[in-house]
Design a protein around this ligand. Structure first.
Ligand SMILES: Cc1cc2nc3c(=O)[nH]c(=O)nc-3n(C[C@H](O)[C@H](O)[C@H](O)COP(=O)(O)O)c2cc1C
Length: 181
């Protein structure tokens, strides 16, 4: 899921690179509707006013794992991502994100690679009950290292491969499809 709404989002491009990296081992479905999700309102929780909420819940229920790529906005996560996570946290006793495996990555123009935003994403997802992978990917100087949808920095490319590999491995372990140990 991208935390940015921009068509040209660098974080969205990062997700597309992760999808390529899966090389047919898994399918990465990008949930493109976070901008359609209404602002969370507890009074509307049982009967959400927009079908995008049901589609978001269904996407999470069908996913074996969730990969979040988000920019950092003012030291935190984007409002759109927080809103999507709030919907994913309800109802409290059956939250769609609860128990899910989550991996986090992010891109920003600064050298910190959206580190602060990733930390907040991690904390919110864990609060909801997700298991968040320790591995993460911080893509700093993103407009320079993501060129026409390619990651041109070899070290970062290796880190992306490592993150995707760790996510696939952890997912296979949960599904019991990782073969004999
Ligand atoms: C409202 C706003 C706040 C931002 N705050 C931060 C920030 O705290 N740290 C940072 O590294 N970049 C910050 N940025 C820059 C974004 O990281 C940059 O625009 C990034 O490319 C957005 O991600 P995207 O390309 O996926 O849309 C901010 C941008 C906006 C619009």
């Amino acid at each position: 899921m991208p935390g940015s709404l921009r068509d040209a989002s660098l974080n969205r491009q990062l997700l597309e690179l992760a999808a390529e990296q899966m090389k047919g081992e898994a399918e990465l479905v990008i949930f493109d509707e976070i901008e359609d999700l209404p602002l969370f309102n507890a009074e509307l929780e049982t009967d959400p006013p927009d079908p995008s909420v049901a589609r978001w819940v269904q996407a999470l229920q069908e996913a074996d794992a969730v990969l979040i790529a988000s920019p950092e906005y003012n030291g935190s996560i984007t409002a759109a991502l927080k809103n999507a996570l709030d919907w994913a946290s309800r109802p409290n006793d059956d939250a769609p994100l609860d128990g899910h495996l989550v991996a986090v990555m992010g891109a920003s123009p600064s050298s910190r690679g959206a580190a602060g935003g990733q930390q907040v994403t991690r904390e919110v997802a864990e609060r909801i009950g997700a298991e968040v992978l320790d591995a993460e990917l911080l893509v700093g100087r993103a407009p320079k290292v993501i060129e026409d949808g390619d990651l041109v920095d070899h070290e970062l490319q290796g880190q992306l491969e490592a993150l995707v590999g760790a996510l696939l491995k952890a997912t296979a372990k949960r599904l019991g499809t990782d073969g004999p140990s």
